[in-house]
Ligand binder design. Sequence first.
Ligand SMILES: NC(=O)c1ccc[n+]([C@@H]2O[C@H](COP(=O)([O-])OP(=O)(O)OC[C@H]3O[C@@H](n4cnc5c(N)ncnc54)[C@H](OP(=O)(O)O)[C@@H]3O)[C@@H](O)[C@H]2O)c1
Length: 249
Amino acid sequence: MSIAFTLFLAYALGLSVALGRAGHRSRAPQVPVAARGPISRVLIIGATGGTGRELVRQALERGYAVTVLARSPAKLRIEHPQLTVRRGDVLDDTAVDAVVRGHDAVLSALGHRRYVGPTRILSNGTRHIVRAMQAHGVRRFICETSLGIGDSAGRMGLYYTFFVIPVVLPFYFWDKTRQERVIASSDLDWVIVRPGVLTDSAARGRYHHGHRVGSYVTTVHISRADVAAFMLEQLTSDTYVRTAPGVSW
Ligand SMILES: NC(=O)c1ccc[n+]([C@@H]2O[C@H](COP(=O)([O-])OP(=O)(O)OC[C@H]3O[C@@H](n4cnc5c(N)ncnc54)[C@H](OP(=O)(O)O)[C@@H]3O)[C@@H](O)[C@H]2O)c1
């Protein structure tokens, strides 16, 4: 084995360990969740993306009144009498503060494609959401991150642990650990949802969820439609509150 290859393996393994330590680690027993009121008005962040669009579609199907904060509302391409679209950027804390007010819960499928170089888009955007929720007494926050960090480190499989994350996504994943810490250090009733690799295929309606989801060897997948369904379930279930379940087929 060449020195360069050995050094790369050490880097990839070290990064995985660091992502494990830096991301959220669910601890038992869980703090009891305070009684919550009915949830009828939800705000969706990242609604013009793959998971976000599924969240909007399924939330409307389930009868929620939905607001979205979108940089480019035209990209949403969904019209519904129960849907309100607000133009805005999650990095603008004033815009976030204004849109969070009056909702019962927030769901976030925030993501981006700026993979090269350090970034704080996910963590700063999420900090604005958490701050606004605390300011306006909105308690339930369901946020999509990813398998591969915190106590799910390595569970995206070998290909992601030793190639995709260390080569393509190191800064992106590092920001996800900061994003998770922003959420976990809040007193909100949060659930961090960590999917495997996302697909655009149809919902299967059957998937694994919990704290041991994923594989250290093979790449695990799940459709954005199934992730959205699982996230919406967390609005009314207390099973995973203040923990970070994985989801995969
Ligand atoms: N791809 C995978 O295999 C995979 C696996 C596990 C986890 N994940 C994670 O799952 C999440 C969702 O991924 P996805 O592929 O379904 O979504 P996506 O298509 O990447 O969409 C991301 C959404 O975030 C929005 N956004 C980005 N920056 C914003 C800003 N400054 N203000 C407001 N909105 C902003 C985007 O809006 P615009 O339309 O304006 O850009 C878009 O609506 C991401 O965090 C991703 O990392 C992905």
